[in-house]
Design a protein around this ligand. Structure first.
Ligand code: SAH
Length: 213
């Protein structure tokens, strides 16, 4: 049996399916992406636990359920161009790349971006473009996007991300609100943004122009 496949299967069942996410494609993608390769060697034993883990440089890979929840909130159909702000380990990007046509992912810290880029290449994810930069400004070169996901928490919804969202598109992100962080979905309707609050979450801070100073 391939390393960790039992742990991975249990993660999918207990942490994702049993908590209400049943899309078969989503579940099979979590069965197939080797999460243990996205965490440092000394944490591989815990890669399939119900928890976020440190990935170095003060950053974390999100808890599996949160990755699944945010992914499902994007409602991807397979032909989208997706923007991810906060590449980190590259795990969320790997999941997204299986559910969308193209993923542009931006990371602020060059070391993390380079590491993710190398790993994603090794794993042959050819539809993921890793960029180094301030993702609070979005990635205008490939805009607009029908789906944008931010995996770090910001003081408010960054204006450039609203601007780079297609009409009808969905922006999923954690936003600070009176000391709590709320996971939100913004859906664009022309110049209006319909906002839904999903749950409270805990993320590392978003840096950069529209992040925390
Ligand atoms: N999606 C990641 C989780 C990353 S944690 C994964 O699957 O592993 C959040 C990441 O956002 C960190 O790596 C942090 O360096 C990055 N980040 C913070 N502010 C940023 C910004 N303004 N632009 C791009 N990345 C940013």
């Amino acid at each position: 049996m391939e390393t960790f496949s039992l742990e991975r299967h249990r993660m999918v069942e207990e942490q994702i399916a049993q908590r209400g996410l049943h899309d078969p494609k989503l579940l099979s993608d979590f069965e197939e992406v080797p999460r243990h390769l996205f965490v440092p060697k000394n944490f591989q034993y815990a890669a399939y636990d119900d928890t976020p883990l440190p990935i170095g440089f003060g950053q974390t890979i999100s808890q599996p359920y949160i990755v699944a929840l945010m992914t499902s909130l994007l409602q991807l159909t397979g032909d989208e161009r997706v923007l991810e702000v906060g590449t980190g380990s590259g795990y969320q990007a790997a999941i997204l790349s299986r559910l969308a046509a193209q993923v542009h992912t931006i990371e602020f810290l060059p070391d993390l971006a380079i590491r993710a880029k190398i790993l994603l290449k090794e794993l042959e994810y050819s539809n993921i473009h890793v960029h180094i930069g301030d993702g609070s400004l979005g990635w205008p070169e490939a805009a607009p996007y029908p789906a944008i996901i931010v995996t770090a928490s910001s003081p408010k919804v960054p204006d450039p991300l609203r601007e780079q969202l297609s009409d009808g598109g969905r922006l999923v992100l954690p936003v600070e609100n009176h000391l709590a962080e709320l996971l939100k979905v913004l859906t664009r309707r022309g110049d209006e943004f319909v906002e839904e609050v999903i749950t409270s979450v805990a993320f590392v801070p978003l840096r950069g122009t529209y992040g925390w100073k």
